[in-house]
Design a protein around this ligand. Structure first.
Ligand code: IPM
Ligand code: MN
Length: 354
């Protein structure tokens, strides 16, 4: 099959980890007789530096014309430390999500048997954890009305949701739950927020159509606690944009490293795959970044966008093998043991797949 993939490397360690995902994807494609055409495009701080915008029009057009988008990371401390910066790399990411209609962010959290000791959480708590967050991605406080008043001395951000926005995400959650253990948790703050009450009301309405699914409604603060206490008790969780942002970073601790967790952002037409970690600017160019989250994102791409299960599995098996054998970057290595560089991990996986 001929595949056309937009390649948005972005900033910081983005280009290095993306390079490994490309190598690994090409190796899998070759083995299964596919041909991938990669179309690089600018995004993030590097796009601001080059053309003055974090998500240029050309990039958007390339994404629209591609079968999928593979994304590295964006962000640059230069902008974080300047509260007055008019244009920020993150705006590019938000604009891209909105314009491509990527309303659902699929963020799995799972453990690797060989890494159970890597997590700061006790092994017996996290063993067997396999949960998926569906984070709403194009609404809520990220996109609500915001501004300043009183001569700049008061600031506000508003959280708005429509019933339809909640509905499409919730239906995706129920469908996913039906394919898994038929357990769904709706995460909200309905004891305080009106938008959360609409979430709950909407999900309750859909619940009737899925009598087999066991639905729980939990407040976000309680979920934040239970997630690290009993991660095993969750399967599919649906939630709004900001709660999902925070909880998925928290959940990544369960797996032992942020450098491991992939994600997919999907809409009705387009889909984008990216690691959940950021641009890690301190590590850029040092060859120490862990490429596995991006490589596992490529696996999700094969599975979800192209329905190529064997190809995805091939990547997952290779990653599991490298973890078992300790062929990994320094973040996953005990002190004193030898680690591989970012590109050596990529090369190791390519050899395995061949
Ligand atoms: C993420 C990131 C982004 C978000 C930032 C970079 C805007 O943290 O993808 O989780 O908050 O959505
Ligand atoms: Mn985040």
């Amino acid at each position: 099959m001929q595949l056309k993939i937009a390649l948005l490397a972005g900033d910081g360690i983005g280009p290095e980890v993306i390079e490994q995902a490309v190598k690994v994807s090409n190796a899998v494609a070759k083995k299964y007789s596919h041909n991938i055409e990669w179309i690089p495009a600018l995004t993030g701080a590097s796009a601001i530096n080059a053309v003055g915008h974090p998500y240029p029009k050309e990039t958007h057009e390339i994404c629209l014309k591609s079968d999928a988008v593979l994304f590295g990371a964006i962000g640059d401390p230069k902008f974080d430390n300047d509260p007055l910066a008019k244009i920020r790399p993150e705006q590019g990411l938000l604009e891209m999500r909105k314009k491509l209609g990527l309303f659902a962010n699929v963020r799995p959290t799972f453990t690797f048997p060989s890494l159970l000791d890597k997590s700061p959480l006790k092994k017996e708590r996290i063993e067997g954890t396999d949960l998926i967050f569906l984070r709403e991605l194009t609404g809520g406080i990220y996109f609500g009305d915001r501004g300043r008043k009183d001569n700049g001395n008061t600031a506000y951000d508003t959280c708005t949701y429509t019933r339809d926005e909640i509905k499409r995400l919730a239906i995706m959650g129920f469908e996913l739950a039906m394919k898994r253990s038929k357990k769904l948790c709706c995460v909200d703050k309905a004891n305080v927020l009106e938008s959360s009450r609409l979430w709950r009301e909407t999900v309750q309405g859909i619940e009737k159509n899925y009598p087999e699914v066991d639905v729980s409604y939990e407040f976000v603060d309680a979920v934040a606690m239970r997630l690290v206490q009993w991660p095993n008790s969750y399967d599919v969780l649906i939630t709004e944009n900001l709660f999902g942002d925070i909880l998925t970073d928290e959940a990544s601790v369960i797996s032992g490293s942020m450098g491991l967790m992939p994600s997919a952002s999907v809409g009705s037409k387009n889909a984008l795959y990216e690691p959940i970690h950021g641009s890690f600017p301190e590590a850029a160019g040092l060859g120490i970044a862990n490429p596995l989250a991006t490589i596992l994102s490529a696996a999700m791409m094969f599975e979800m966008s192209f329905n190529m299960r064997k190809e995805g599995k091939e990547i997952r098996n290779a990653v599991n093998y490298s973890l078992r054998e300790g062929k990994v970057t320094q973040d996953l290595i005990e002190k004193g043991n030898k680690s591989l560089s970012t590109s050596e991990v990529g090369d190791f996986l390519v050899e395995l797949i061949k």
